[in-house]
Design a protein around this ligand. Structure first.
Ligand SMILES: *Cc1c(COP(=O)(O)O)cnc(C)c1O
Length: 231
């Protein structure tokens, strides 16, 4: 068994254990394998081990890999920062985008989505724990952004995503993930929506995220090994 398949088994065990602890239905928790900086051979191995959903942060790198992996029925998720001149390639080549953080980007993804494709599935990235980073919508601006995005064709708003400040303190991890869950509940209540997605939890904090309601955990290094350069 390859190291990558062993790692995937371990991750699945961690997910199952956290779901059991949280008394949550395993079917509501999806595994996104984050392959940034890793070669296509690693993605092929992950596919052999049952991975279908793949997350990439950098457009050029992702397009390159996609062109080499057309034989596999992978579902591609864009999870990196989005510049507006990249929206066309993103909306033409991905099924999910987790990192929409402003209306202009959502409008472009909507407008540029090809007619032959189903609605692009999107999450709004929320700046939930760190006031100093720029990426992510501010929590107090989220209702306005959600309302505006809901009116757009060709894209389907599914929920919220966050990348909290890394911490080893599990109670702090849970506190931040709980905030994202509460924000989704508030949106659903105030705007009568049924957003069903929370994209939160990475290699070091997936248990806390699952306990607080994650529906996508985004796992990179715990599947593919440490990355060679910092991203
Ligand atoms: C790199 C990355 C991940 C995976 O992080 P690991 O700690 O390696 O599991 C998840 N989400 C986003 C947005 C990332 O950029």
């Amino acid at each position: 068994m390859s190291q990558i398949s062993k790692n995937i088994e371990l991750i699945k065990q961690r997910i199952t254990q956290a779901a059991t602890e949280a008394k949550r239905d395993l079917e509501q928790i999806h595994l996104l394998a984050v392959s940034k900086t890793k070669p296509v051979e690693a993605i092929e191995e992950a596919y052999q081990a049952g991975i279908i959903n793949v997350g990439e942060n950098y457009l050029q790198e992702a397009l390159q890999k996609q062109s080499q992996l057309t034989a596999l029925p992978l579902i591609w998720h864009f999870i990196g920062p989005i510049q507006s001149n990249k929206t066309k390639d993103i909306t033409e080549n991905f099924t999910w985008v987790h990192t929409v953080d402003r209306l202009k980007i959502a409008e472009r993804l909507s407008h540029q989505r090809p007619n032959h494709l189903p609605e692009l599935q999107i999450c709004i990235q929320v700046n939930i724990s760190n006031e100093s980073t720029k990426s992510g919508c501010k929590p107090d601006e989220i209702l306005a952004l959600v309302s505006a995005i809901e009116a757009l064709p060709n894209i389907k708003l599914r929920g919220l995503m966050a990348i909290p400040e890394p911490t080893e303190d599990t109670s702090l991890q849970r506190e931040v993930f709980a905030k994202l869950r509460q924000l989704k509940d508030t949106i659903n209540e105030r705007l009568s929506l049924s957003l069903d997605t929370l994209s939160m939890g990475m290699s070091h904090d997936l248990e806390s995220a699952i306990i607080e309601g994650a529906t996508w955990v985004r796992i990179g290094s715990a599947i593919f090994g440490e990355r060679n350069y910092k991203v």
